[in-house]
Design a protein around this ligand. Structure first.
Ligand code: COA
Length: 135
């Protein structure tokens, strides 16, 4: 499994949702990333220092097994991921996702993720905004 190889090589940390009966309902990965200063919406980076790269956290591969979709597991996995990001001691300006299709894009937009200009499938949610969720 790609996620297992990525984990062994310290490329991405996988987190798996295991149901009480042992079934794997879904999973996601987290990795460090950075986004070129020129990619962010001007409004978002107005008050940031002009470093060429802005640190962020990549939420990858979030998926729920088809059999278990529509039962709140996707939202639970996303909340679990965001809470880990907020608790991290490593600074990160935002959580980034690369939506793999229109459904995924809608899912994230409903969860307050915003698209990057000219990259509608790449979305972000500022960490300051996420931190408010867990206060
Ligand atoms: C997107 C995905 C993770 C959602 O998981 P899920 O367990 O079905 O979602 P939930 O049951 O937690 O739904 C959470 C909310 O998102 C909404 N939602 C779920 N799938 C959606 C979709 N495809 N489009 C729009 N909204 C969606 C639900 O209606 C729900 O909102 P509500 O409570 O107001 O009704 C799942 O459909 C999936 O694995 N898709 C394939 C992989 C994928 O697209 N991953 C995204 C990363 S690229």
């Amino acid at each position: 499994m790609q996620a297992g190889q990525d984990a062994r090589k310290n490329i991405a940390a996988p987190f798996v949702l295991v149901l009480p009966d042992g079934a794997i309902a879904g999973y996601y990965t987290l990795s460090a990333t950075a986004v070129d200063i020129g990619e962010w919406p001007a409004q978002t980076i107005r008050k940031l220092p002009r470093y060429p790269l802005i640190p962020a956290t990549l939420l990858g591969r979030l998926a729920v097994d088809r059999r278990y979709r529509g039962q709140g597991h996707g939202r639970y996995l996303l909340a679990d991921a965001l809470s880990r990001c907020v608790r991290s001691e490593i600074a990160s300006f935002a959580v980034i996702v690369d939506a793999k299709g229109e459904d995924a894009r809608r899912f994230y937009q409903r969860e307050s993720f915003l698209p990057f200009p000219d990259q509608p499938m790449k979305l972000f949610r500022p960490m300051a905004d996420i931190a408010e969720l867990f206060k």
